[in-house]
Design a protein around this ligand. Structure first.
Ligand code: DHB
Ligand code: MG
Length: 221
């Protein structure tokens, strides 16, 4: 099995299940024109996030790592009527493109985009006693995942769902023996999660057009 067949299968299911969407095409085109890295979640992963947000009936979503806002748009579209999404992006160019994309998607009123580093932004939300989040998507620099976890746990309410992207990275999570800071960050994130007895977690491996990776899904009891 290889990337080629995984991609062909993703394409097959795209024909089955993913409606043509001019807005999302324009959003991806804008990301491409501005030369953002092509590392956003796949269309199926984005739709999966959308469905999870619907299942959770989420009212208050927190995303760390906006990139061009592709995942943010899928999640914001699934919010309850009075729901809101807060998303944090460190890179100035990414934040600028994401803000444009939220306009293209007609979602600017439902999304607060914070242009700051993840740690400072989360600490500020904690200091402001921000109302509790019920859905979190962690998808920023992987080395900081342990600290993002600790900070996010001060911002979520009981019953919250926390998803963390890219916890497999082509198997590096178990095969990498170097001191790669990102892999180390993911390992510490998993270890720390395992020690939180009020949180249950599953880790799901994925293959598809984005290669072999995976995400964790946690429930705060
Ligand atoms: C990378 C980051 C991501 O969030 C992702 O989904 C894929 C790759 C990266 O930094 O390489
Ligand atoms: Mg990711």
């Amino acid at each position: 099995m290889s990337l080629k067949i995984w991609t062909n299968i993703d394409n097959y299911f795209t024909h089955c299940f993913i409606p043509e969407d001019e807005i999302l095409q324009a959003v991806l085109q804008n990301c491409k024109q501005n030369e953002l890295p092509d590392i956003q979640v796949s269309n199926h992963q984005a739709m999966f996030l959308h469905i999870l947000v619907k299942m959770q009936k989420a009212k208050n979503i927190l995303e760390v790592g906006t990139l061009g806002g592709y995942s943010s748009i899928h999640m914001a579209r699934a919010l309850e009527n009075d729901g809101h999404l807060t998303t944090i992006e460190y890179e100035e160019k990414h934040a600028k493109v994401a803000a444009e994309n939220f306009k293209i998607a007609g979602l600017s009123h439902k999304i607060t985009l914070i242009h700051n580093d993840g740690k400072s932004a989360l600490k500020k939300l904690i200091a402001e006693e921000h109302r509790a989040f019920d859905f979190v998507f962690l998808d920023a620099d992987k080395r900081s995942n342990p600290i993002y976890l600790e900070l996010c746990l001060k911002l979520v309410k009981k019953g919250a769902v926390i998803i963390c992207d890219n916890i497999v990275r082509e198997g590096e999570i178990i095969t990498c023996h170097t001191d790669d800071k990102d892999v180390e960050g993911i390992r510490h994130f998993c270890k720390n999660l395992s020690q939180k007895h009020h949180i249950i977690t599953s880790a799901i491996q994925t293959v598809g057009s984005k290669g072999h990776d995976g995400f964790s899904i946690s429930f705060v009891q």
